[in-house]
Design a protein around this ligand. Structure first.
Ligand code: ATP
Length: 312
C-alpha cells in the first residue's frame, strides 16, 4: 500500500496553474525526493498534501486518509518541517521538545520520555539542557526534525533541510533523515540540491509546471537521459579545440568544451565508443592529462528534463 497517493491534483491561483494534474505514489518507509525549478509547484504540492490549502480537483490520501475530507486524521499523522525553524532559541533542546510534546497533547511524563528518546536518536542528549542559541546549524536542524517527529508521523514533509549548512552539518542532518526513514516514517524531501536527493532518496520525482515530468530511482533517471560521459582533459589549452574537433568528427556529435578546466565532454553511445576517443587522440598525437568515464550527474538529468519544457 502507498503511504502517500495523489492523483490528478489541480490548484489554480488566478490564471496560473500551480498544480496541473499532479500524480505521486510513495510506499512506506522510504525517502522520496521532489525536485523542480523555482515556481514548479513543490511547495503548493506539499501544502495540499499536508491539508494546508484547498484543492480545485483531484484526490490524495496520506496514511490512508483523504486529504480533502479527512484533514484532521491526516494532520495527526504527518510532520511538516519548513524553512523557518519553529524551535525557541532561549529554551534548551529538551525544553523545546517537551513543549512540542505538550502542544501535541502528550501528558507531562509522556512528553518528557519522548523528548529524551528523540534527543538520544538525534545525538543531542549531551546538549539537551543548553539554550538552542548556542547550537550549531546542524544541531539546530536536527532539533527541528526531532520536533516534527514527536508523534512518530507516518509521513514527514521536509523542505530543503540543509540550506545554508556547511558540509559536516549537512552530513549530520542527512544521517538524521536516514534514521527517520529507518524507523518507518516516510519522508517527502523537497530540495534544490541534486546531490542531496542523490544521497538520500531511493526514488525521485522531477516536477515542472505543476506536474511530475519524470520519476524513478536516481540511477534510472540518469540512464534515461543517455549514456555515460567521457571527459578529456588536455595539458595545453591550445590543444583543446583541435582535440574537441577531432573527437567530434570521430563520435559524430558536438562536445561541451570548457577552456578554464581544459576539458571537453562527450556523451558516449556505448562504452565501446571509448575506443574511438582513444584512436582519435592517438591520431592527433595528443596525450590527455586525464580521461574520465562517468555516469551523468543528477544535475545533467535535471537540466535535460526541465529544459525540454518551455518556460511559462
Ligand atoms: P520554489 O522552489 O521557488 O519554492 P515551488 O516549486 O515551491 O518554488 P510554488 O511555491 O509551489 O513553487 O509555486 C508555484 C507557482 O504558484 C508559482 O508560480 C507561484 O508564484 C504561484 N503561487 C504559489 N502560491 C501562490 C499564492 N498564494 N497566490 C498566488 N500565486 C501563488
Amino acid at each position: 500500500m502507498h503511504t502517500l497517493a495523489a492523483e490528478g491534483l489541480r490548484k489554480r491561483y488566478g490564471d496560473l496553474s500551480a498544480l496541473d494534474g499532479f500524480d505521486l505514489h510513495i510506499p512506506s518507509g522510504v525517502i522520496h525526493g521532489l525536485l523542480g525549478p523555482n515556481g514548479a509547484g513543490k511547495t503548493t504540492a506539499v501544502k495540499a498534501l499536508a491539508t494546508l490549502i484547498d484543492l480545485d480537483a483531484g484526490s490524495a490520501t496520506v496514511a490512508g486518509f483523504d486529504v480533502r475530507t479527512q484533514a484532521a486524521q491526516v494532520r495527526r499523522r504527518i510532520g511538516l518541517i519548513g524553512q523557518n525553524a519553529a524551535v525557541d532559541e532561549v529554551l534548551g533542546g529538551r525544553q523545546n521538545l517537551v513543549m512540542f510534546g505538550r502542544l501535541y497533547g502528550l501528558g507531562k511524563s509522556g512528553a518528557r520520555a519522548r523528548a529524551d528518546e528523540l534527543l538520544e536518536i538525534f545525538g543531542l542528549a549531551g546538549a539537551a539542557d543548553r539554550a538552542v542559541s548556542t547550537y550549531s546549524g546542524g544541531m539546530r536542524r536536527r532539533l527541528d526534525i526531532a520536533a516534527g517527529l514527536i508523534l512518530t508521523p507516518a509521513v514527514l514533509f521536509l523542505d530543503e533541510p540543509t540550506t545554508g549548512l556547511d558540509p559536516r552539518a549537512r552530513n549530520e542532518v542527512w544521517a538524521a533523515v536516514r534514521e527517520t526513514a529507518a524507523r518507518g516514517t516516510t519522508v517527502l524531501l523537497t530540495t534544490q540540491y541534486l546531490d542531496e536527493a542523490d544521497q538520500l532518496a531511493s526514488e525521485i520525482s522531477v516536477m515542472n509546471h505543476g506536474r511530475i515530468i519524470a520519476n524513478g530511482t536516481p540511477e534510472a533517471l540518469k540512464r534515461q537521459i543517455g549514456g555515460d560521459r567521457v571527459t578529456v582533459t588536455v595539458g595545453l589549452r591550445d590543444d583543446l579545440h583541435d582535440v574537441a574537433h577531432q573527437l567530434s568528427a570521430a563520435l559524430g556529435e558536438d562536445g561541451v568544451t570548457d577552456d578554464d578546466t581544459r576539458t571537453v565532454t562527450f556523451e558516449l553511445a556505448g562504452v565501446t565508443a571509448l575506443a574511438g576517443v582513444v584512436r582519435a587522440l592517438d591520431e592527433l598525437a595528443v596525450t590527455p592529462e586525464d580521461l574520465l568515464l562517468r555516469r551523468p550527474t543528477l544535475d545533467e538529468v535535471f537540466l535535460t528534463l526541465t529544459e525540454k519544457e518551455p518556460a511559462r
